[in-house]
Ligand binder design. Structure first.
Ligand SMILES: C[S@@+](CC[C@H](N)C(=O)[O-])C[C@H]1O[C@@H](n2cnc3c(N)ncnc32)[C@H](O)[C@@H]1O
Length: 224
């Protein structure tokens, strides 16, 4: 399990959901609902599918995923903060969703072995220490043709980089954010290609990739 500090940071956020909403207001600048819906759409889910969410937090994306897979499908969600897992499970219980399961665990070493049709993460992979391992874990579980979609944030680019002097240290401290994380790059190294769209002056992005029909890249090499 990675750093205890990150878990403690998110245990704290799990008790301050309203404050997290305000932080997201600043990050998304009015685009949040649209980009969250857009990133889930990028998964191309159908009724009956199984979707896996990484770093599900308080479970705010679970309803979107569940709506796409329907009552015959399944949603699995993983988070390493006990506080966030508790809050997400409460949400599931209150909604009465029997086909949504929230698991405590590390996205870099997923507590899931059965194949899934889609892997989703919102505002989470850039808070994980090693996005490359996370992408490989996602690829390991994805069925051929399945998709990974990530909604996430990254530092300002030119001509706005001066803002990073404030944004980067504050976000790193407050959310255990890893601004050096190259999430699209990690996905590109694992999947055959990545579709990337950027928003909010390039600081928010949706990256999506499709698992090719052949086995994952490591297995392809071994099989040759
Ligand atoms: C900023 S929150 C985002 C939560 C939610 N996905 C959302 O859109 O609001 C990041 C989440 O990632 C989780 N997380 C960070 N590193 C993780 C890891 N290695 N394994 C599992 N969860 C992790 C944190 O506990 C936290 O709940």
């Amino acid at each position: 399990m990675p750093g205890r500090r990150g878990q403690q940071v998110y245990d704290w956020w799990s008790r301050h959901e309203g404050l997290l909403d305000r932080l997201y207001d600043l990050v998304f600048l009015g685009t949040q609902a649209r980009l969250r819906a857009r990133s889930v759409d990028a998964l191309g889910l159908s009724a009956g599918d199984t979707a896996l969410e990484l770093g599900c937090g308080d479970g705010r994306s679970l309803h979107r995923l569940r709506t796409r897979v329907g009552p015959q499908g399944q949603v699995l969600a993983v988070d390493y903060s006990e506080g966030m897992v508790r809050r997400a499970r409460e949400r599931v219980r209150e909604a009465g969703w029997e086909n949504v399961h929230v698991l405590w665990g590390d996205a870099g070493r997923l507590p899931v072995d059965s194949p899934v049709d889609a892997v989703y993460a919102s505002m989470a992979v850039s808070a994980m220490p090693d996005p490359a391992t996370v992408a490989r874990e996602a690829r390991r579980l994805l069925r051929p043709g399945g998709r990974m979609a990530v909604l996430d944030a990254r530092p300002f680019e030119e001509p706005w980089t001066a803002l990073n002097r404030l944004v980067v240290p504050v976000s790193r401290l407050a959310t255990d954010w890893n601004p050096e994380a190259d999430v699209p790059g990690a996905m590109a190294a694992t999947f055959d290609g990545v579709d990337l769209e950027t928003h909010v002056w390039g600081t928010v992005f949706v990256a999506s990739a499709r698992a090719s029909a052949s086995a994952d890249p490591e297995q392809r090499v071994i099989g040759q």
